[in-house]
Ligand binder design. Structure first.
Ligand code: ATP
Length: 295
């Protein structure tokens, strides 16, 4: 079943386009990583999908509905982010109670088990929690909704390492037990890579690619060897990054039918490139790195 359908979606803030051309579809029961550099447009896209803000042009459908101010979309989707705020008159226990009355598939038992595991205080007010504890509570709320479309925007911001790792585990266990569409935006691709089936990479308001994680891992290779040889062998190839290392030249190139042949040369070594490095490199303006600034 199709959960999200975006065609040529644009969002303009005054004269500036936060989203310029977003076209992608998302089917049910997948965990997709929404990846992009700072300012790429991830939060703007998630807010449009959640119906919080309206698109400027193009088409966006969530469960076949236009999401802006749509009750069906808000009852079946949730956006978990650090801007979630709740009335200060409510305690954390009250907020979970309200959640159970709004979301049809709300799981009170899950909410209470996670609440106790993370030692939260039911009498506390949301606004008085520390940043990391707020993120933990928001994550519990988001998982307990069991919404068919569950979106997380930088959910682990503020969480310490132990809680981050618990979050990824809880998310995976929940997803396996109750599959749903999960869209997860994060800068920590390397640490959540094991959860993802697909990656939607955006840059400057445009989709760069929407691929399976396996395809992204196969996208590029790193080749290393004597400079003259590397330069000669990679002529005509698409180079994403170059680095001089211990007198050897390291190039990261887009994989093609000829790139594996390079390994036949005894002076050349070939290594895989992680999905997070691929995403970083294809959205990088420079072909070098920060070291080049200090040359
Ligand atoms: N309310 C707003 N008014 C004006 N410009 C905005 C507004 N919200 C976002 N922008 C701009 O839109 C662009 C995309 O911002 P957005 O927050 O969607 O990016 P992001 O990918 O989530 O970034 P980050 O990873 O840094 O959180 C940025 O240039 C930002 O300055």
């Amino acid at each position: 079943m199709r959960v999200i359908d975006c065609k040529r979606l644009k969002k303009r803030y005054k004269r500036m386009y936060a989203l310029e051309d977003i076209t992608f579809q998302l089917n049910d029961q997948k965990i997709t990583g929404l990846i992009g550099r700072n300012g790429a447009g991830k939060t703007t896209l998630l807010k449009i999908l959640a119906g919080f803000i309206k698109e400027s042009a193009g088409e966006v459908k969530v469960f076949s509905n236009k999401p802006f101010n749509n009750l069906c979309v808000s009852a079946n989707s949730i956006l978990v982010d650090d801007q979630m705020s709740f009335p200060d008159s409510l305690t954390l226990a009250d907020i979970l109670e309200v959640g159970s009355s709004f979301y049809a598939k709300w799981d009170s038992e899950l909410a209470s088990r996670l609440f106790n595991y993370f030692n939260l205080d039911s009498k506390q007010k949301h606004s008085k929690l520390s940043k990391g504890t707020q993120a933990t509570f928001n994550m519990i709320f988001g998982l307990a909704t069991r919404c068919q479309l569950t979106m997380f925007d930088e959910p682990t911001n503020g969480m310490d390492e132990a809680v981050r790792s618990d979050f990824y585990r809880a998310l995976l266990k929940e997803y396996i037990a109750y599959p749903r569409s999960i869209l997860l935006s994060s800068h920590h691709l390397a640490e959540m890579e094991h959860l993802l089936e697909d990656i939607l990479l955006i840059d400057k308001g445009k989709v760069v690619f929407h691929k399976s994680l396996d395809e992204v891992k196969e996208y590029a290779v790193a080749i290393q060897g004597p400079t003259d040889l590397v330069v000669k062998l990679t002529d005509q190839m698409e180079i994403l990054h170059t680095r001089e290392l211990d007198g050897l030249q390291k190039y990261i190139i887009v994989k093609n039918e000829n790139s594996l042949e390079l390994g036949r040369n005894g002076e050349i070594t070939i290594q895989p490139v992680s999905a997070s490095e691929v995403c970083m490199l294809v959205t990088s303006e420079q072909k070098g790195g920060i070291d080049d600034v200090f040359k």
